[in-house]
Design a protein around this ligand. Structure first.
Ligand code: IPD
Ligand code: CA
Ligand code: CA
Ligand code: CA
Length: 266
């Protein structure tokens, strides 16, 4: 049964993601450069990340002035309505900077702390993924499901690396241990798209340490609503410590393996 509040949040998230996606696709300066660095010299932000977040928060505030916000580029508003928007204005900034197509706008809406709506727009793919809590997952309006699970040795596994140099060494060690145990590894460069690829059956699994709420909020809901399992360390939800999403049988093998490999610590 559809909830009028969720419907409203979904329509607003669609519209905001679509507007931001157009701005990013059509307005990308040919000479786009790095505007600033954040947690490390490779953690970059461009003027377009900032413009996209401004567009999204401006649009949503206009329609729902009492909501809270959490955005990667600084949006932080508590709000009074019980709804909070969690926004990654460009997920895959390094791809975007280089003109590679794998980047997305990720918008999730939480109600009383629970993610109830997720929209991930990937303009260069011509695809927008969405989910509403309990309502299934969709790509351009078509229902999607996770892939029928192969054994781990035949699984295509996505992952990513954070921007902190020390941590990347540990993440590389985990990949080194994993490579011989799976079909192959993919590093796409957008956590939100990776999670949607699990939802669409284009990856058997995805894991990453160090994601922030804006990277994972929408994509985790979309993966779950596509029937994939999501989590962190065994028994824990997906978090900054570790995010794992996979077809159920792969999840059952991969999560304990990542635990053994120490994928959750530096
Ligand atoms: C990054 C991307 C990348 C992942 C990093 C994220 P950003 O987000 O999702 O794939 O490996 O951990 O920080 O900075 O491009 O929004
Ligand atoms: Ca991100
Ligand atoms: Ca971002
Ligand atoms: Ca970033």
């Amino acid at each position: 049964m559809s909830d009028p509040l969720y419907d409203e949040l979904l329509q607003l998230a669609f519209e905001a993601a679509d507007r931001a996606g157009r701005l990013l696709r059509d307005g990308r300066p040919a000479d786009l450069g790095v505007a600033a660095t954040k947690t490390s010299p490779i953690d970059v932000v461009t003027e377009m990340d900032i413009a996209s977040e401004k567009l999204i928060t401006g649009f949503l505030t206009e329609h729902r002035p009492h909501d809270g916000f959490l955005g990667e580029e600084g949006a932080s508003v508590t709000g009074t309505s019980g709804v909070r928007w969690v926004i990654d204005p460009v997920d895959g900034t390094v791809n975007y900077l280089y003109g590679l197509p794998s980047w997305a706008v990720s918008i999730a809406a939480e109600k009383d702390g629970e993610t109830v709506v997720g929209v991930v727009a990937a303009p260069m793919r011509g695809e927008t993924y969405h989910a509403v809590l309990g309502g299934g997952a969709f790509n351009n309006g078509e229902r999607v499901r996770h892939r029928p699970a192969p054994p781990l040795s035949q699984a295509l596994v996505g992952t990513g690396f954070g921007y902190l140099t020390e941590r990347r060494i540990g993440q590389a060690e985990v990949v080194r241990a994993l490579v011989p145990q799976v079909r192959d590894i993919r590093r796409g460069g957008s956590a939100a798209i990776d999670l949607c690829d699990v939802a669409c059956g284009r990856l058997d699994a995805y894991y990453e340490r160090g994601l922030n709420p804006w990277d994972l909020a929408a994509g985790v809901l979309i993966a779950r609503e596509a029937g994939a399992l999501t989590g962190g360390r065994p028994g824990e939800p997906a978090s900054q410590e570790l995010t794992v999403a996979a077809s159920p049988e792969v999840f059952g093998v991969l999560q304990p393996l990542l635990e053994d490999l120490g994928a959750w610590h530096d």
